[in-house]
Design a protein around this ligand. Structure first.
Ligand code: SAH
Length: 335
């Protein structure tokens, strides 16, 4: 099977899938995400979306949405931080796009008033203010190794009753013809089949109804090299060793998002640390620090550093915004 089929089965199989059967987040879990590191992340995202809503004339009914909301922490922080924005809560309806029943239950404890959706396509025809943090890296990727003017696809199969990687025969591939210019023999590129349709849905809705989307993830402008990885218990592990028991991800190809979101516009790709600093994380961190002492203060300082420092999440994670033609880009991002 292709790597994408393997990834999809491992992550979302109804009985054995990684996300379907567990809550993988937090210190006791396998990995930790920005909203779980500090409340400041969700607060600033919330104010960014609310300012964008104000900038677009404060439409009186809109979908406040999150794709892949994990434990619901980010949406809960967004809602708490925007309570004081006049009219925002009255106009907003929270929508959570989530495939895992286990995580839906966790989200319901934090955002009980939300509406749950299976797919982005099911969002209502309203202005859309959406965030997706570490969602796109969970979308399955196919992997190809360049061989002359063709490509050999990485596949997963059984060899002597053991899961192993293999390669198909080389063949030309129209979907990768644009990569013949910037790759060499032996290079690996990844294609995420679900990514462009996701960005296209956001772009179409935002162009038609207004709104903004913030997509935050690890990755870069183009995909180059093998970024497929498995993480378990906060450490890298063999992706074939124990299917369904480890988180499987790949870096996000932001150029594919940018290309697919027309007729909406997209911002420049911006490092997470720069984005959060522009939104005022230093001031927010200081205000919170004033109420803390001892270990809690130490943890808060560490969390701030973790979100923004280039050697931690600040540079590896990037943000791209999607917004309508004629509107201002979301705060913290530039056209
Ligand atoms: N955004 C959260 C969680 C990231 S983990 C945070 O920052 O903490 C990835 C999330 O995406 C999980 O909630 C997972 O169940 C969900 N997910 C993965 N693939 C999905 C798909 N195809 N459709 C909907 N949700 C998906």
């Amino acid at each position: 099977m292709t790597l994408a089929d393997f990834m999809a089965a491992c992550l979302l199989d109804p009985v054995h899938g990684y996300y379907t059967t567990r809550d993988p987040l937090g210190r006791g879990g396998d990995f930790i995400t920005a909203p779980e590191v500090s409340q400041m992340f969700g607060e600033l995202i919330g104010l960014c979306l609310a300012q964008s809503w104000v900038d677009q004339g404060a439409p009186d009914a809109f979908a406040l949405a999150e794709a892949g909301p994990g434990r619901g922490t980010l949406m809960a922080d967004i809602l708490r931080a925007t309570k004081g924005v006049p009219g925002f809560h009255a106009a907003a309806r929270a929508h959570l796009i989530e495939a895992s029943p286990t995580l839906r239950a966790a989200q319901a404890t934090r955002v009980p008033e939300a509406v749950w959706l299976d797919r982005t396509d099911d969002l209502p025809d309203l202005p859309l203010y959406l965030v997706a943090n570490e969602f796109c890296d969970a979308l399955p990727v196919r992997q190809f190794r360049r061989d002359g003017a063709g490509w050999r696809e990485v596949v997963v199969g059984l060899q002597d009753a053991t899961l192993s990687f293999g390669l198909t025969e080389a063949a030309p591939l129209a979907a990768l013809s644009h990569r013949l210019d910037d790759t060499r023999d032996g290079d690996v590129v990844e294609l995420c089949p679900a990514l462009a349709p996701f960005a296209a849905t956001l772009g179409d809705r935002i162009a038609r109804h207004g709104g903004a989307a913030l997509i935050i993830d690890y990755g870069d402008w183009t995909s180059l090299g093998d970024t497929f990885q498995a993480v378990r218990d906060h450490a890298a592990t063999d992706p074939l060793a124990d299917p369904g028991a480890a988180d499987l991800t790949a870096h996000v190809d932001f150029a594919a998002i940018a290309a697919a979101c027309a007729p909406a516009r997209h911002t420049r790709l911006t490092p997470q640390g720069v984005f959060l600093e522009r939104l005022g994380i230093a001031q927010r961190a200081q205000a919170l620090a004033a109420g803390l002492t001892g270990q809690a203060l130490e943890a808060h300082i560490t969390a701030h550093r973790r979100l923004t420092h280039p050697a931690e999440m600040g540079d590896l994670f990037k943000v791209i915004g999607i917004y309508p033609d004629g509107a201002a880009p979301p705060p913290g991002l530039t056209a």
